[in-house]
Design a protein around this ligand. Structure first.
Ligand SMILES: [Zn+2]
Length: 206
């Protein structure tokens, strides 16, 4: 009798797994951007009181290398990068009408030992690294030769809904980054924008 219930419980498992996979598809979106040097992804969410920016980028765009620093010069590059990203209000300048002030900057990059290694747990679902590694060693390169950095930036804003744009100065600070694939979510809807050094204003109004 109990074996019967157990079997039924196991039969239900694939269904549960399918539901979990479907529900995790949305948060996984941000991780599915391809690792392309010179490009980064930027997800922007506009809420009543906050502007939230989530960067995912190859480390190359910020550092020129994608591993732990080996020399004093490389260590300085890392600390300069961290300092610049912590001063996010100079890299992303929201519409003054929204009256925003920088609230927090959180960085995560496993090879640099920055932040929580939480993303690693998500990788098998997001990228299928484990599977590709098993099938073909060459395809596992994203883990071996390349590395990303995630940066989460939060602005507190008195009038976030008044924000019509964010001026992105990142291209000036990090010359290796040539394109930003931006995804904007506002109470009015979601849309995508592509930014380049000569078109670096992110419009938040459709
Ligand atoms: Zn790379």
């Amino acid at each position: 009798m109990s074996a019967f219930t157990l079997r039924r419980a196991f039969r239900a498992l694939p269904v549960l797994a399918a539901i979990l996979a479907a529900s995790s598809a949305v948060p996984a979106l941000a991780q599915q951007h391809a690792h392309t040097h010179g490009r980064m992804s930027l997800d922007v969410a506009v809420d009543a009181q906050t502007l939230t920016l989530a960067i995912e980028s190859p480390l190359d765009g910020f550092l020129g290398f994608e591993r732990a620093p080996r020399t004093d010069a490389e260590r300085k590059r890392v600390s300069d990068m961290v300092a610049r990203l912590n001063a996010a209000q100079q890299l992303f300048v929201p519409d003054p009408a929204a009256e925003c002030t920088l609230s927090s900057v959180t960085m995560s990059s496993a090879v640099l030992g920055l932040g929580e290694p939480k993303k690693e747990e998500d990788h098998p679902q997001g990228h299928g690294h484990d599977d590709t590694k098993r099938a073909d060693g060459k395809k596992g390169h994203a883990d071996d030769d390349h590395a990303d950095i995630d940066v989460d930036i939060v602005f507190n804003c008195a009038k976030a809904s008044q924000a019509r744009f964010i001026d992105v100065k990142l291209f000036d600070a990090f010359k290796r980054i040539r394109a930003i694939d931006a995804q904007v979510a506002t109470p009015q809807g979601q849309f995508k924008r592509n930014l380049r050094p000569d078109a670096a204003r992110l419009n938040l109004v459709r």
